[in-house]
Structures are given as structure tokens and as C-alpha cells.
Design a protein. Structure first.
Length: 392
């Protein structure tokens, strides 16, 4: 948790001068669905990713469409890097050293990243940076719930961009805003059949939010912890490469696992580069869990258990057996709204209400995804959080 404390304190420091005004919290939202009004910024378009193509060609359609938004986003990262270390030295270093990393990534990830660089014209090192980036700065809310007919519903807010440049004039995070036009829905196909579907940022090849229709749903939240942090990523750069990138594991599980149980085993047992939370939903009653991971192993498994009255599991960015940081408690408001909704009334619509309530919805929230496994349904919406609104 140490890193998150520092990040948040740094963020507090960078926004206090602009005096964000309470209320940080509000009553549970109602009637937000179908999405509309000031918290709804737009829908998300669908693209097909053909897994039968060579990895370097798979992303061509997405990148061709999103190229200018991707260039704008990368420029914003460059500007931040230049503000941090003036004279362009940091990006120079990225351009020289990170291309080498593309060749160390497991198949097919290196080739996919190279293909994205070729199609977009963005230097390879910067595409690699962009792909590392999400592994380390996402703060989110994920929840899997079971209704009283045994349907499993999985929702998530993807909050990204903490400490990535606060725009005092607009009261927004620079990178979060630049990411919104990059949100895409992806239909991964093999033999012209859907293998899995996902919501992602164009240019990013790991998965944070996805569904294998009729089988399982999966989201990943960052876990900030002292027992790993970014040491694994540094080790990878230095040549010790026995762990898996977290979002490459989720991608691989969505692509290759064929049941909830198989997905659960792989997510719990594969060695990782950094700690993470995996939030997994299945297709049958009781199949919903939070896997709390250290780099080496699964520390804890919390499952839906109707006998105990636990009809949903909910994760933000804190171990569920610990109190959240008081400056960043999205868990209590989210649980309060889930409890008010009740198991009888949980649907995609009411899940959207929960995920639309501040501070579960905050200035970092780029998109909200709703998934229903039995219907193979995945819907995503770009979000905005009008003032007054918590910065995270
Ligand atoms: C932020 O402000 C600038 C002008 O000051 C404007 O061009 C831009 O669209 C604003 N961004 C958002 C997300 O409102
Ligand atoms: C792929 O499937 C779609 C419908 O699912 C069909 O319209 C299309 O012709 C198929 N393409 C090929 C190459 O089989
Ligand atoms: C649930 O998943 C299992 C394993 O993939 C599959 O055999 C079964 O048919 C699925 N059940 C439903 C109701 O889709
Ligand atoms: C929600 O309900 C659960 C189960 O009854 C309870 O443990 C939890 O404290 C409640 N949380 C809130 C914030 O109301
Ligand atoms: C559940 O939904 C029903 C029908 O829409 C509504 O009358 C009832 O008030 C809801 N219950 C709660 C706790 O929101």
C-alpha cells in the first residue's frame, strides 16, 4: 500500500491549490441507465482483432482509426516527462532503451507492439512505455454480483491517470482526459468466431476488462504493496524474466482458459511481475471471486457465498481484510449502494447506478463496463465527473 499513500499524498499536494470542494460523496444514484446526462461522455466503438493474422498485423484497423488520438496522448506523456526531467533526456532514454524490451516480451506481445509502432509511426520505445504504464497506475472499482436467479453480473470503473498532471483550469487529469478517445471495444476472433471480448485503450495490448461469453468475466485492479511493487518490472528490464506481466496474464487467460475454474487456477498460480487483484466471475451460482495476489502466489481468495449472505464481491485497491486509506475510500460508498440495491434488484442497470455514484465515479474514471456472462454481453461507456467531484 505504501506506493498508493505516496501517490495520493503527491496528488493531494498537486490539487490542493485548486481547492476541490466537498461533497466528495453523494446519495446512491438512481435511474442513470440508459447512460445519459453530464456523467456520460459517449459510447465506445467496436473493432475486430483477428487472432489468425500475424501479430504484427492484428492491430492495424484499430490503430489506423485511432492514430491521431494516440499521437496526442503520447505527446502528453512526453510533455509530462519533460516537465519531470527537462531537456528531453527521459524520452531520449525511453527511445534508446525500451525498444530492446519489445524483443524480451513473450509471444505474441513483442510482435504486436512492433506492429502498433509501424502503423502509428510512434517510436517503438514509446509504445513499450505506454504498455508498461497501465500496469502501474490504475486505480479502479470492480464488482461481481449474483442476482436471485443465479445470473452473474460484473461491473467495473477503470480509473487511470493518478498524478499524471493535474489541469488546474479544467479540474481534470491530463492523461485521463487524453485516454477517453482511445477507449475501444474489441472482439477477438479466431476462425471467424468470437474467442473473447474486451474494453481497452487503443495501443495497449494487455487486458484489464474482458468476457469469455458463456464462461467467465475478468477484470484486473492494481494492488499497491510493499512486497513487490515495481521490483519485478525492474528485474525484467535487467534480465531476470521468470514472472508474467499482469495484464498479459489476463489476456492469455481470456484467450486460452475454457472455464471459470481453469481461469481461477491460472490467475492464482502464475508468477507475476507485480502484485494485483483479479476479479473473476463465472457462469454458475457462487462463481465470483477476488484473487489477491503477491508476485509469487495467491494470498487470499474471497468468493461469493450465498449461505453467508455474500451475494457480491467488490474490490477497489485495498486488501479486503484491511481498511481503505481514509483519503481514498471508494469501497464503503460502493458497498453501501450495493447493499441498498439488494440482491433481488441487481441488474446491469442498477450496477451502472452504483458505478455512477461519487466517489466511485471520480475524476480518474475513464470508462464504466457492464458484463453479463450468460448473454455474452459487454457494454462500455465513457464517463465524466462534473464538479464537485473527487480527484480520485
Ligand atoms: C481543458 O481546457 C482547454 C482550454 O483551456 C480545452 O481546450 C480542453 O478541451 C479542456 N479539456 C476538457 C477535458 O475539458
Ligand atoms: C464471418 O462470420 C460472419 C457472420 O458471423 C459472416 O457474415 C462472414 O461471411 C464470415 N466471414 C468468413 C470469412 O467466413
Ligand atoms: C459454463 O462453463 C462451462 C465450462 O466452460 C460449460 O461447460 C458450461 O456449458 C457453461 N454453462 C453455461 C450455462 O453456459
Ligand atoms: C453491506 O452489507 C454487508 C453484508 O451484510 C455488510 O457486511 C457490510 O458492512 C455492508 N456495508 C455497507 C457499507 O453498508
Ligand atoms: C426493487 O425494484 C422494485 C421494482 O422496480 C422496486 O419497487 C423496489 O423499491 C426496489 N427495491 C429496492 C430496495 O430498491
Amino acid at each position: 500500500m505504501g506506493h498508493l499513500v505516496y501517490l495520493i499524498l503527491a496528488a493531494v499536494f498537486s490539487v490542493t491549490s485548486t481547492q476541490f470542494i466537498p461533497p466528495y460523496t453523494e446519495d446512491c444514484r438512481k435511474d442513470m441507465y440508459p447512460p445519459n446526462g453530464p456523467t456520460f461522455k459517449g459510447g465506445v466503438s467496436w473493432y475486430t482483432v483477428d487472432l489468425d493474422l500475424h501479430p504484427s498485423k492484428r492491430w492495424a484497423a484499430v490503430i489506423t482509426d485511432k492514430k491521431s488520438d494516440l499521437v496526442t496522448m503520447i505527446q502528453a506523456i512526453r510533455d509530462l516527462a519533460d516537465a519531470f526531467v527537462p531537456s528531453g533526456r527521459l524520452i531520449e532514454l525511453v527511445d534508446i532503451t525500451l525498444p530492446l524490451m519489445a524483443d524480451t516480451l513473450p509471444k505474441p506481445f513483442g510482435d504486436e507492439i512492433k506492429g502498433i509502432s509501424t502503423v502509428s509511426g510512434i517510436p517503438l520505445g514509446e509504445v513499450v512505455l505506454f504498455n508498461i504504464f497501465y500496469e502501474v497506475f490504475t486505480v479502479c472499482t470492480s464488482v461481481v454480483a449474483e442476482d436471485n436467479k443465479g445470473n452473474l453480473i460484473h461491473g467495473r470503473n477503470l480509473d487511470f491517470g493518478l498524478f499524471m498532471g493535474w489541469d488546474a483550469k479544467n479540474k481534470s487529469w491530463i492523461i485521463s482526459e487524453k485516454l477517453k478517445p482511445l477507449v475501444v471495444n474489441l472482439d477477438f476472433k479466431r476462425n471467424n468466431q468470437t474467442v473473447f471480448k474486451a474494453t481497452n485503450f487503443a495501443g495497449y495490448i494487455g487486458m484489464l476488462t474482458g468476457i469469455k461469453p458463456q464462461m467467465f468475466t475478468l477484470t484486473m485492479n492494481e494492488r499497491f504493496s510493499l512486497d513487490g511493487g515495481y521490483v519485478g518490472i525492474l528485474e525484467w528490464i535487467l534480465g531476470k524474466r521468470d514472472g508474467m506481466w499482469m495484464s498479459f496474464l489476463t489476456r492469455s487467460v481470456l484467450e486460452n482458459a475454457n472455464s471459470y475454474e481453469e481461469a481461477k487456477t491460472r490467475l492464482a498460480q502464475t508468477k507475476l511481475l507485480a502484485p494485483a487483484y483479479f476479479i473473476l466471475g463465472g457462469n454458475q451460482t457462487g462463481q465470483g471471486c477476488i484473487i489477491t495476489r503477491s508476485r509469487e502466489l495467491s494470498l487470499d481468495l474471497l468468493e461469493i457465498d450465498l449461505k453467508l449472505g455474500r451475494w457480491y464481491v467488490l474490490e477497489t485497491n485495498y486488501d479486503h481484510w484491511e481498511e481503505p486509506l481514509f483519503l481514498d475510500d471508494r469501497r464503503t460508498p460502493a458497498m453501501k449502494c450495493m447493499n441498498q440495491t439488494t440482491q433481488k434488484n441487481i441488474t446491469l442497470e442498477t450496477m451502472y447506478n452504483v458505478l455512477s455514484t461519487k466517489p466511485v465515479l471520480n475524476k480518474l474514471t475513464t470508462y464504466t463496463t457492464l458484463m453479463q456472462v450468460s448473454e455474452g454481453k459487454l457494454e462500455s461507456y465513457i464517463r465524466d465527473c462534473p464538479n464537485p467531484c473527487m480527484p480520485w
